[in-house]
Design a protein around this ligand. Structure first.
Ligand SMILES: [Mg+2]
Length: 213
């Protein structure tokens, strides 16, 4: 499934989500919506029901939200920018760990995303799948006795990885501060990082603890 894209060395593994973690998502998606006379209201932690027509005030249907996301991803290189510090932080971490991006978008958008990540200086392997993330991380990391880290903005994905690859350090990172404030509180065992500087500190201490046993 993934062997043609990902070849891991005998070193730690960092698996990171892309939208809202490596690439800004909510901030540019809001701007994209405004360009179409729509607004994303920060009234709860979901998209459906919170995207309203600026003229009529009516909320977009679930089907419309899906079509808007497709249109956004089709033009992602015009809208999405790297999260603060991510390019430098991952370049530094790549000296001691393998990095793999695991993005939950439909695979048909993966080529555009690959091109965008390459253009931004984020050349790490990319897997695009809408399958639950836990089994994918388990498949990647297997039974290796090396430290692993998983980073995502969505708690459901962190829980999936906790269930299937319980040795992973779990980090909840969300680029957009406005929506971060609306997110549900994570369970015990999930570390919250406000930005990539804090994520890097958590990752380095996890890697050091593994070396020191
Ligand atoms: Mg995400």
């Amino acid at each position: 499934m993934t062997d043609d894209i990902v070849r891991l060395g005998q070193r730690p593994l960092i698996v990171s989500d892309v939208d809202e973690v490596v690439l800004e998502f909510l901030t540019p998606f809001k701007l994209f919506l405004e360009s179409r006379q729509l607004r994303l209201l920060p009234s709860s932690f979901r998209l459906t029901g919170n995207i309203v027509d600026l003229q009529s005030g009516e909320a977009a249907s679930e089907a419309t939200v899906k079509a808007l996301l497709d249109a956004f991803y089709d033009a992602q290189e015009r809208w999405q920018t790297p999260a603060a510090l991510v390019v430098k932080t991952l370049a530094e971490l790549s000296a001691e760990a393998d990095i793999v991006f695991l993005t939950a978008m439909p695979p048909r958008h993966a080529a555009r995303r690959r091109a965008l990540l390459d253009a931004l200086g984020l050349p790490y392997p990319l897997l695009a799948s809408e399958e639950p993330k836990g089994p994918l991380v388990k498949y990647l990391h297997g039974a290796r006795e090396l430290p692993a880290v998983f980073i995502d903005d969505i708690l459901r994905n962190l829980h999936s990885v906790r269930d299937h690859a319980p040795s992973c350090l779990l980090i909840n990172l969300m680029a957009n501060a406005e929506f971060r404030a609306l997110a549900p509180a994570p369970d015990v065992g999930i570390h919250v990082a406000a930005d990539w500087a804090e994520a890097a500190r958590l990752i380095r201490s996890h890697l050091r603890a593994a070396v020191n046993g």
